[in-house]
Design a protein around this ligand. Structure first.
Ligand SMILES: [Mn+2]
Length: 324
């Protein structure tokens, strides 16, 4: 795979610029992957719709090259190819993908909505984070690019996507160790620096209100806690898992779009819950786009929030009956 990826990239950069586009959530895995990969060639450019909190902080601290694309982005004429990292489908980047340009997908999600053609490159590998795929490629093909800054980008993506290694497996742990092997910085201080994301008092207030509105229901042997909130849904859901939910779900409604964010405990996924596949199926049935991992997934649709909430609860009950 690494030889083919390297060939695809060199052909693309001969034709022109090669944007490396991130998922619109701008999380550390997608941003770290894009910046690390873009460091291998001057014609590669890391860019995307948004930088999440942790990613923004690290990009600023390391002065890493990343271009935020506005809503009216006009792609330059001379694009030789487009690389998209950590996104399970075209709608997840939040920007229209120019037609008739070869694309390269590098992703680790369990579900996928991409339709790839002849000149496209399929770099999908079921690992715990996209940064692992990028690290393996750099290790084999561009070892000189593994500077401390690039290692930090990759490590931060690995740490956040595995929930501080709680959802890691052997490969993810080994990747962490390899990233530290030869690094000129200390692991503990680095973790402390990326964990020190400061929440504003309005963020904390929004999360507290979301907890107050939370409702707990039993679906078979599963305890579902669900709520709605306008920001930091992922953080709210993982906190709800921390207080005893098997599955946590938060609904956000903005600009006539309803976003459902869901998390499941390891106990739940081991007993057959797969939120990514469940939400992918639900989106096919009632509309919108859904997918992700077994324990972390999302679904965006134009349903009203109450309808989306009950659709999720029904889907989970149905899934439970079929996959227990
Ligand atoms: Mn990821």
């Amino acid at each position: 795979m690494h030889d083919n990826l390297s060939t695809w990239i060199s052909k693309a950069q001969e034709r022109g610029l090669v944007p490396v586009l991130t998922h619109r959530n701008g999380d550390m895995d997608t941003v770290g992957s894009a910046i690390a990969l873009a460091s291998t060639n001057p014609r590669l450019m890391a860019c995307g719709k948004h930088l999440g909190r942790t990613a923004k902080q690290l990009v600023e601290k390391l002065n890493a090259p990343f271009k935020i694309l506005g809503n009216q982005t006009q792609w330059p004429e001379n694009i030789g190819g487009l690389i998209i990292v950590d996104s399970a489908g075209p709608d997840q980047v939040g920007i229209n993908i120019p037609p008739d340009i070869p694309i390269c997908i590098i992703d680790h999600h369990a579900t996928t909505e991409w339709n790839l053609g002849d000149g496209d490159f399929d770099g999908r590998v079921p690992l715990r984070s996209t940064t692992q795929i990028i690290f393996q490629y750099l290790k084999n093909k561009h070892h000189e690019c593994l500077t401390d800054a690039v290692r930090k980008m990759l490590l931060a993506g690995l740490i956040t996507d595995t929930g501080r290694f709680r959802h890691a497996d052997k490969d993810a742990l080994m990747c962490g160790a390899e990233l530290m092997d030869g690094a000129g910085f200390e692991y503990q201080s680095f973790v402390e620096s990326i964990e020190s994301v400061v929440y504003s008092s309005s963020d904390t207030g929004a999360m507290l209100s979301a907890f107050k509105r939370s409702k707990s229901i039993e679906i078979g042997d599963l305890r579902l806690i669900h709520t709605n909130c306008g920001t930091l849904e992922g953080r709210v859901c993982s906190s709800l898992i921390g207080i005893g939910a098997d599955v946590a779900m938060a609904v956000r409604h903005r600009d006539r779009t309803t976003r459902v964010t869901a998390r499941a405990s390891r106990k739940a996924t081991k007993s057959g819950v797969h939120l990514g596949l469940m939400l992918q199926e639900l989106a096919k049935e009632v509309g919108g786009e859904g997918g992700g991992h077994d324990g972390a997934a999302g679904w965006t649709s134009h349903l009203d929030p109450v309808a989306a909430e009950s659709a999720f609860i029904n889907a989970l009950a149905k899934w439970r009956q079929m996959h227990e």
